[in-house]
Design a protein around this ligand. Structure first.
Ligand code: HEC
Ligand code: HEC
Length: 357
């Protein structure tokens, strides 16, 4: 183990200690299981890692940055303040608290299998992860930092020069390197060790009858859940309108594109670890998975951009579809969603807080 004192000039018994393994954890080998090994995966890895391949030292630096409150203007907030490992890197609070106590406008997003994304944020305004990770640092509500002064501050610590050297070959600290390291760490957060993943290899013999009914409802019985929450990552790179009753103050994707056809469309999140990342939707309006299922069952609201997969006519903007599920079927869907919890991801030390506080 390597120990660093975090505040060189003002040592205090309360200063967090950075503790890293002498040999870095393995981040570079993503170890995707067989059911992830598709031509789509090759395409994503080719696209998303070519300019910033994950190295063990780069992701180690990213891990330290992710958990370091120095990234905020008043050293109060780190990325992990709003992205908790035990909540699948989401936030159990409806809105997250920024460095000066202000609340975010939307619900914090769970993070896993980010390589399957094209764009980031609920309204897709960030066009790649390296671009995205610098935005919360400079956001006036979230962390309130200035990149130039942050670079200088990191250079005065006794641990960053060494970590940047290990990751990038020399101790010069730049915002590009900060973003590359954070993106490497986040891209290394993979999720494929759930009960559901196990079931793929044994025809779901490990499932209860209720979980199996829920699985069939999600994938096979015309409810279209998997048409939107798609691929092995069970997400969709697109922003869609799933019939939530609109909030007039939030225009969704339209805020970014200015196109009325994008009004009230939001990023389609992954279902992986969904039982851990309540509350749900871009504004955290639903506290439980039961409420989410009831939304699709009876609560889909008419909208000109309502996705064709939740209408009765299979046409965009068509009449909202009701699913008429029995209470047994609703419970089965919830039981299935619980099979997507990945205990490995939420307890893996390589993704955990390296500071002893
Ligand atoms: C104050 C709380 C807060 C802090 C601090 C914070 N985030 Fe977030 N994060 C959020 C919220 C809220 C969203 C959704 C915002 C939106 O879409 O407008 C989000 C979204 C994201 C996303 C997009 C995920 C997706 O699937 O599109 C990523 C990636 C992310 N944050 C990474 C980070 C990193 C890296 C840091 C530290 C540099 C960080 N966050 C700091 C609250 C926070
Ligand atoms: C038309 C595409 C579409 C269909 C069909 C669909 N969803 Fe969704 N789902 C979305 C979108 C888009 C969101 C995010 C909406 C928002 O936050 O405004 C979402 C959000 C969710 C969430 C909350 C995710 C989070 O992190 O907050 C859950 C859970 C969910 N859907 C489950 C389901 C289930 C179960 C079904 C099938 C009954 C289903 N979805 C069908 C598009 C769809």
């Amino acid at each position: 183990m390597l120990f660093f004192a975090c505040q060189k000039d003002t040592p205090s018994p309360k200063a967090p200690q950075l503790v890293l393994p002498a040999q870095p954890f393995d981040y570079s080998n993503l170890n995707y299981p067989e059911h992830f090994q598709t031509s789509f995966l090759d395409f994503i890895l080719g696209n998303n890692l070519v300019n910033n391949p994950i190295t063990d030292e780069g992701a180690t630096l990213g891990r330290v940055l992710f958990y370091d409150t120095k990234l905020s203007a008043n050293d109060e907030v780190s990325c992990a303040s709003c992205h908790h490992q035990e909540n699948a890197f989401g936030d159990p609070n409806r809105f997250s608290t920024g460095f000066e106590g202000g609340l975010t406008k939307r619900h914090s997003m769970a993070l896993s299998n980010t390589l399957y994304n094209r764009r980031f944020f609920w309204d897709l305004r960030a066009n790649n992860l390296r671009h995205q990770v610098l935005l919360p640092i400079q956001d006036p509500l979230e962390m309130g930092s200035n990149l130039d002064s942050l670079v200088q501050e990191l250079a005065t610590t006794d641990y960053y020069p060494e970590l940047f050297t290990a990751a990038f070959g020399n101790d010069s600290i730049t915002s590009d390197k900060i973003s590359n390291a954070l993106a490497q760490f986040i891209n290394s957060i993979t999720s494929f060790n759930s009960k559901y993943d196990e079931g793929i290899y044994n025809d779901f013999a490990n499932f209860t009858a209720e979980e199996e009914l829920g699985r069939q409802l999600f994938f096979e019985r015309g409810l279209n859940c998997n048409q939107c929450h798609a691929s092995v990552a069970l997400m969709n790179p697109a922003a869609l309108n799933n019939g939530l009753t609109p909030d007039e103050n939030d225009k969704g994707l339209m805020e970014f594109t200015g196109d009325p056809d994008d009004a009230y469309k939001f990023k389609t999140p992954s279902m992986r670890n969904i039982a851990l990342s309540a509350p749900y939707m871009h504004d955290g309006r639903f506290e439980t998975l039961e409420e989410v299922i009831e939304h699709y069952n009876s609560g889909v609201t008419a909208h000109p951009n309502l996705d064709d997969r939740v209408t009765t006519t299979n046409k965009v903007g068509g009449p909202p579809r009701q699913l008429n599920l029995t209470s047994e079927e609703k419970a089965a869907l919830v039981a299935f969603l619980h099979t997507l919890t990945d205990e490995v991801m939420i307890t893996d030390e390589k993704y955990s807080d390296p500071f002893q506080r």
